[in-house]
Design a protein. Structure first.
Length: 428
């Protein structure tokens, strides 16, 4: 019989990888909440219309990559391919901005039908940060500062580069579009099939092309900064001036346009050369028109999304490893010790919240239990035999470095064990 396998492009997340991603998400949540952001949780399934109206019907996501189906009532539903549209829908539906500016974050899976490759999957997790009701460049700066603080916390700052651009506004953006279309039509013989299609539907996306044969031509194409209006230029210069004041290095990338229709003004990406072709780890920008586009009142908005798997891979490239399973492994030898170990473990967990304590299960010799203790990554083994139960003691054995051995007698763990052993486990 053939065993059932995971769906292609939707990989299992095994414990070590899950451990690193959980470290990442916990760190990100702690940082954004220290800036006043609050968590929001949204359904994985939304009406297809939401993404068609927000992302754009002629984008690759809507045309080729969404997991959509008709439900029993014949209404088209879609597994979310990105999170921002859903956040905007919730903000409008629940009138959140009526109470003032909103600063929100969420984490969870997204779904796109793409060709699976390293760093790009059909189910993937994102960490999103979104702010509503704040129109100045100060909130743009704050989001970039948040991301920079996270890189520092995770030890990957030196592996990332910040790229910035502005899509401008209104008439200037339209003038750039017209100039770009004229330029591309004049080089139609160099356009590949995707670029030819986008020329008529979403010409700005042609600048996103990674086709090597088009790069020289695109490098000479009309650039957005030449068409910024005064307000867009002032917004961008204020943003970059404050980043300079914070010591956050950045590079102007005039071909950075983002792949979704709803962006305006500031767009940014944190990229890396350490992960091969999938070089974007964090992407974001302003989408001031999206709330109104989806039926709400005009509301400025800005946000970013982190690819969790890509950032986790970058952490591993920078030397991060999965945290050990346990801090302490409790080995029990003998029937009385087996019974007493459970009681002692619960007393230690009460006294030291957050202590990762694994109690040996399934018996085994002293040697076998110490092997399990070592495999758990624990720094210490607690050894409890029937003799220790009788004398209300326990042995504390360091499992790692000589320095840790010397520190055992003074450790808070040792003091707590002595206190907890005053009530003889055998009496329990």
């Amino acid at each position: 019989m053939v065993s059932i396998q995971a769906i292609r492009g939707m990989p299992d997340l095994l414990p070590d990888a899950c451990n690193i991603q959980s470290q990442l998400i916990r760190a990100a949540a702690e940082i954004v909440e220290s800036y006043g952001f609050r968590e929001i949780r949204l359904p994985l399934l939304e009406k297809t219309e939401l993404f068609a109206r927000s992302i754009g019907e002629v984008t690759d996501i809507v045309e080729k990559e969404m997991y959509s189906f008709d439900d029993r009532n014949g209404e088209s539903m879609t597994l979310r391919p990105e999170a921002t549209a859903g956040v905007v829908r919730a903000v409008i539906q629940h009138s959140l901005v009526h109470a003032g500016p909103q600063k929100l974050w969420l984490a969870g899976p997204m779904f796109r039908y793409e060709r699976p490759q390293k760093g790009r999957y059909r189910q993937f997790d994102q960490f999103n940060v979104e702010a509503f009701g704040l129109e100045g460049p100060d909130i743009d700066v704050e989001l970039i500062a948040i991301s920079a603080r996270l890189w520092k916390r995770l030890g990957v700052t030196d592996l990332l580069t910040l790229e910035l651009n502005s899509l401008g506004d209104g008439a200037g953006r339209q003038r750039h579009r017209e100039a770009l279309v004229d330029y591309l039509r004049g080089h139609a013989d160099l356009l590949d099939a995707d670029a030819t299609r986008r020329l008529e539907t979403n010409p700005l996306r042609v600048l996103d092309s990674k086709n090597p044969a088009m790069q020289d031509m695109l490098a000479a194409a009309p650039q957005l900064p030449d068409y910024w209006d005064d307000a867009s230029r002032e917004h961008f210069e204020t943003l970059t001036g404050r980043l300079d004041a914070l010591g956050i290095a950045w590079t102007l990338n005039p071909r950075l346009v983002r792949g979704l229709d709803y962006y305006s003004r500031t767009v940014f990406e944190w990229t890396t050369t350490a992960l091969g072709a999938q070089n974007a780890v964090c992407s974001g920008g302003r989408y001031d028109g999206l709330v109104e586009q989806l039926g709400g009142k005009p509301t400025p908005a800005v946000g970013f999304a982190i690819g969790v798997a890509r950032l986790a891979a970058l952490m591993e490239a920078g030397g991060t490893t999965a945290q050990p399973v346990a801090d302490v492994y409790l080995a029990a030898l003998g029937d009385a010790a087996d019974a007493a170990a459970v009681v002692l473990a619960e007393r230690l967990r009460d006294a030291l919240p957050g202590l990762r304590l694994v109690v040996n299960a399934g018996g085994g010799s002293f040697k076998a239990q110490l092997k399990r203790a070592d495999r758990s990554g624990a720094r210490f083994a607690l050894i409890l035999g029937d003799a220790e139960v009788e004398s209300a003691t326990v042995q504390l054995k360091p499992l790692r470095t000589h320095e840790e051995q010397e520190a055992v007698a003074q450790s808070a763990l040792a003091d707590t064990i002595r206190e907890r052993m005053q009530a003889t486990p055998a009496a329990a």
